[in-house]
Structures are given as C-alpha cells and as structure tokens.
Design a protein around this ligand. Sequence first.
Ligand code: SF4
Length: 161
Amino acid sequence: MKILVSACLMGQKVRYDGKDRFTEGMEKLSQYHELLPFCPEVSGGLPVPREPAELNGKARDILNGEGSILTSSGNDVTAEFLEGAGKALALCLEKGAEAAILKDGSPSCGSTYVYDGNHCGVKIPGMGVTAELLTANGIRVFSEKNFHELIPEECDYVRGE
Ligand code: SF4
C-alpha cells in the first residue's frame, strides 16, 4: 500500500522550529509499504523555520472558507495551509495512496488534537486542515501513536493479543 507520511516523522527538518520529529518504526513500515514523505506547510509555500500557527475555527469550516489560520504574531497563513492540504490530497490521488500517517497536534497534520488558537499551549480535540481534507476524501489517517497497526508483525502487540 502507498502511504503519505508527514515528512517530519521521517526525519526531515521541516517543522516550524527547523527540527524534525523522527519516529522509530518508519524503517520497518517501509518494508511493507511505499512511503511518500510530504510536508503540507512547506509545499504550501511556507519557509523553514517559520512562525508557529494555530487554527481559528474547525478545520472543516476553514476548508469551506470560514475561519482562518494565524501565526503567533497574527499573520494570516490560511491560503498557504489550504494550498498544502490540496497538494497533499492531489499527491494521494495521483499515487493511489490509501492511508496517511500524520504528526498529531499540527494545524495541518493533527488527527486527534490541535491547539486552541490562543497560542498558549492549550490542546483541544480536532484535526488539522490536511488531515481533515484527506479523511473527507476517504484516505485513512493515522498518527505517530497508532501507525503501528500498519506493520503486520506488530498488529498482535498493538491489539494486546
Ligand atoms: Fe510535520 Fe505536518 Fe508540520 Fe510539515 S506540516 S512539519 S509534515 S507536522
């Protein structure tokens, strides 16, 4: 299976702070699947490093033109984030990717939580715009916490069997 993966989880230094979030298990995963590293924010035209940004509104609404994504100093980066989300979906469709493994908590890649928009470190349940768009188009989204389900030899362990 082809799987789009947050580039930072594969060790690429593309995060807002210029760092990566290398995650153990990617190499093993690559023995079973074709991994497609991708960073929606960089692909949307944002630099590394860049100001951290948070959602103002639910991802689904922002994708529909309601709400915005602002940096900590108030710059509106909604257009860049939506561009990146669209490119992520286009890549999945072009390559036939059926799943994505995305870094949780990110305003692009978050799948179970994001930050509340006040830039105070408060987490709330929700998705980033890329995770929301991929999910809405039938692509299964995993995070760095549960992607082991996609590694056959680790399935039994994950299920506690
Ligand atoms: Fe990682 Fe996604 Fe943030 Fe890019 S946008 S640095 S892939 S979490």
